[in-house]
Every structure is written in structure tokens, then in C-alpha cells.
Design a protein around this ligand. Structure first.
Ligand code: F6R
Length: 254
């Protein structure tokens, strides 16, 4: 039931607006916990990035409270930097271990992150796509959004039919993530699931928080697919929910 309380999320079609980033992350975690109860052997698609950190903290807390188990789940992360050893602190494999996998009951052999350190990254990308096809479809895909509208590392210009592949990161993505590479040696390439790969997920939850995401959120909702805003591809998906905080939602009308 909808009430007038400013603390309750407002729901529009496909977009849920939470009062702040913390509540938005809580909502996403609540959706994931509920989903895991319905389907304990779910295949989850996971994202990294600062926006996701409170979501994983909530999931770890839910696990410790006995409210969720990942014992039968499988996971596929969206992307990984090319050229980083998996133990590098900025590698998405080590990030996922640190934020989630090391703290819950998941079987790590069923957690997948593209192999950015492979001698042939394109072959590793093809193997990753094949592994998703063999294990999937992904039941629930978690997404963040870049300031330039990217999803995964599908930068502007990524086609709708793109699959897991090696991509070059745009300058705005490099700028947004430079702080994770204090030695200045930041990879310029990554392996990412493609847009078509992402759209194959049965259900998608996109989390966007903060004013830096406002423009990308507006552009993604302008209607139809705009190749300059990869997140606009989600308009083609039948089961996607955007969970945004008030700051990220501020440019949306109605
Ligand atoms: C990373 C990923 C990216 C991030 C996006 C937002 O796995 O998929 O699309 O979700 O770059 O990153 P933050 O949350 O750091 O703003």
C-alpha cells in the first residue's frame, strides 16, 4: 500500500525511487534475498563498482542473520579488466571475493568472473559466453550504470547484438575508476558481457545512485535504443526494474 511517508520508495512503471542511496541498496538486496528464497539454485549475474558495495554488505548481513543462503547458487560477473592478475586488489575477481564470496556460503567453483589475465583475452571472452550459455540463462542480473550510460563495460557505440568480448574503455570510465589504481597503471581494456548477453537474463535489476548518474538515467529512459546510451537497451527487456535514489531520479518526469 502506498503511503505519504517520504521514507517509503515510490514506484513508477519499471522505476522504483528510494529516498537515498542506502535505501536503494537495501531494496536491491531485499529483492535478491527474496529471489534466492524462491530459487535457491539461481544463476545470478553480478556487477562491481562503488554503487554495489552497500548491496553486498547487505547480502553478507542477511547471510549472517540466517536470512539467505547462496550454497546452491552460481554467479557470473559482468566484466573484468584485461591484464590484471586476479589477486590484484582492483581486479573484479578479488573485489568480489573481498565484498561477498569470502563471507557467504557460496561454492567458489560456481562463481565466474571473466579471465582478464588470459594469454588470449578474446578466446577467454568466447569461453565466458559459452559458459553462460551452458549454465544459464541468468535468472537475475544485477546492473550498475556508468556516467556515460554504459552497462557492464558496454561503452557508447556498443551494438544491441554484442556478446562477451574485449572492449576498450572510454576516457570517462577510466577517469571514474582511476582512484583504484594508485600506481597509475590502469588497464585500458576489459572483457565484458555484451548487451545481447545481458538482455538474455530473465530478470534485471539496475541500481543507480547519486547525481553523477542523473543524465545517464534520463537518457536511458528517452524511449527506444540509443547506441550512445547502452543502458537504453533495457527498454527492450520485459522484466527490468530500475532502483534509483532521489538524486539519480531527479531528471525523470512524472
Ligand atoms: C562493473 C560494471 C559497471 C559499473 C558502472 C558504475 O562491473 O558493470 O557498469 O556498474 O561503471 O560504477 P560505479 O558504481 O562505480 O559508479
Amino acid at each position: 500500500m502506498q503511503t505519504n511517508s517520504a521514507r517509503l520508495p515510490a514506484r513508477r512503471s519499471g522505476v522504483t525511487v528510494a529516498p537515498d542511496a542506502r535505501e536503494a541498496a537495501r531494496l536491491v538486496a531485499t529483492r535478491i534475498v527474496a529471489f534466492m528464497k524462491e530459487k535457491p539454485d539461481a544463476v545470478l549475474g553480478l556487477a562491481t563498482g562503488a554503487t554495489m558495495e552497500p548491496v553486498y554488505a547487505e547480502l553478507v548481513a542477511a547471510y549472517r542473520a540466517g536470512n539467505v543462503s547462496f550454497a546452491s547458487a552460481s554467479t557470473f560477473n559482468l566484466d573484468e579488466y584485461v591484464g590484471l592478475a586476479s589477486e590484484h586488489p582492483a581486479a573484479y575477481r578479488s573485489t568480489m571475493n573481498r565484498l561477498l564470496f569470502d563471507h557467504v556460503d557460496i561454492d567458489k567453483t560456481r562463481t565466474h568472473v571473466p579471465d582478464g589475465h588470459a594469454s588470449d583475452p578474446s578466446a577467454a571472452a568466447a569461453r565466458y559466453e559459452a559458459a553462460i550459455a551452458a549454465t544459464g540463462p541468468i535468472d537475475l542480473q544485477l546492473l550498475g550504470i556508468g556516467r556515460n550510460g554504459h552497462i557492464g563495460f558496454n561503452e557508447p557505440g556498443s551494438p544491441l547484438d554484442s556478446r562477451t568480448r574485449v572492449v576498450e574503455l572510454h576516457s570517462s570510465t577510466l577517469d571514474a575508476n582511476r582512484a583504484f589504481f594508485p600506481d597509475g597503471r590502469m588497464p585500458h581494456f576489459a572483457i565484458t558481457m555484451g548487451i545481447a548477453t545481458i538482455l538474455q537474463a530473465r530478470r534485471i535489476l539496475l541500481l543507480a545512485t547519486g547525481p553523477a548518474k542523473r543524465d545517464a538515467v534520463v537518457r536511458a529512459h528517452a524511449g527506444g535504443f540509443d547506441i550512445d546510451c547502452p543502458a537504453s537497451a533495457l527498454s527492450d527487456h520485459a522484466n527490468v526494474e530500475w532502483i534509483v535514489d532521489a538524486e539519480a531520479a531527479a531528471g525523470l518526469s512524472g
